[in-house]
Design a protein around this ligand. Structure first.
Ligand code: SAM
Length: 280
């Protein structure tokens, strides 16, 4: 007998991974949480039947959501992370000695507990002295923040369920307000490939570009996300993501990465024509 995990990427497309076993399943107040072991992708966890993190390909997502903005401004000190209950983004941020504070706002405490227990590869830096965990809705948390952060990273679920509010104009406007004068906002920006994801991506881009003077999109190949073609949003008050002399200086930090490098930094903002058209 074979045991398979299958995820619907569209009404007509499924993605499957052969399992060794299921090791955890529960419902929190917000979502269903499952953890599986597999040969191909190692251990992975899903929320409401959607893959969040696998041991094998998480480095791509976490490198790209953290090191791109950190290279654009080496003076980032105060960071707000929204979502990110698996801890991968926090792990990468804590590698920078220059970062002084990391506020993490995760709506679902159970995600953090489950990841600490079953995914130590990513959930390994929650006890760093600079990390402060807040278990609440990021949409509400940010409403009364003014000029507090150099960087906001939105490492959320998709634009439905608990993550829906993190794709609204109200939220992006509040991010602008919560950032200092040279602040940067980076968010997971869905995929351009299948229509339902592409629609969320277009809406998010339109709303962010109505708020921020500099607004770009960059891409990475993430095998376990729908279509494998994933985007991130880069919005900024001052720093350009590529026309920026800080980027090559990032190499002097000596941070060893498995995916990110400064050539890739410039290349990842070059988008295919169909994606450019979707964003126009
Ligand atoms: N890398 C992942 C991806 O794109 O599939 C995202 C990972 S992380 C697990 C996403 C987290 O965002 C979840 O733990 C979820 O509970 C959290 N989240 C969703 N909506 C939120 C909200 N409104 N405020 C704070 N956290 C939220």
């Amino acid at each position: 007998m074979e045991l398979w995990y299958t995820e619907k990427h569209t009404e007509n497309v499924q993605f499957s991974i052969k399992l060794d076993r299921q090791i955890y399943s529960n419902h929190s107040d917000f979502q269903r949480i499952d953890v599986f072991d597999s040969k191909e992708f190692g251990r992975f966890f899903t929320l409401d039947g959607l893959i969040m993190v696998t041991e094998k390909d998480e480095f791509i997502y976490h490198d790209m959501i953290v090191h791109v903005p950190m290279a654009a401004n080496p003076d980032i000190k105060d960071v707000l992370v929204i979502g990110a209950g698996d801890g991968g983004t926090i792990r990468e941020l804590t590698r920078y000695e220059s970062v002084e504070s990391i506020d993490v706002v995760e709506i679902d405490e159970m995600v953090v507990e489950v990841c600490k227990r079953f995914l130590p590869q990513t959930a390994c830096k929650f006890d760093d002295r600079r990390v402060k965990l807040h278990f609440e809705d990021g949409l509400k948390y940010i409403r009364n923040k003014v000029s507090e952060y150099d960087l906001i990273i939105v490492d959320s679920t998709d634009a439905f369920g608990p993550g829906e509010g993190l794709f609204t104009k109200e939220f992006y406007g509040n991010c602008y307000k919560a950032l200092k004068d040279d602040g940067i906002l980076v968010n997971q920006h869905e995929s351009p490939y299948y229509d339902s994801y592409a629609n969320s991506m277009r809406r998010a881009h339109k709303r962010i570009s109505e708020v921020f003077p500099i607004c770009s999109v960059y891409q990475a190949h993430i095998p376990t996300y729908p279509s494998g073609h994933w985007l991130f949003g880069f919005a900024s008050k001052k720093y350009h993501p590529t026309d920026n002399e800080n980027i090559d200086k990032w190499n002097e930090l000596g941070i060893k990465t498995k995916y990110y490098n400064t050539e890739l930094h410039r290349g990842c903002f070059a988008l295919p024509n169909y994606v450019k058209e979707l964003l126009e």
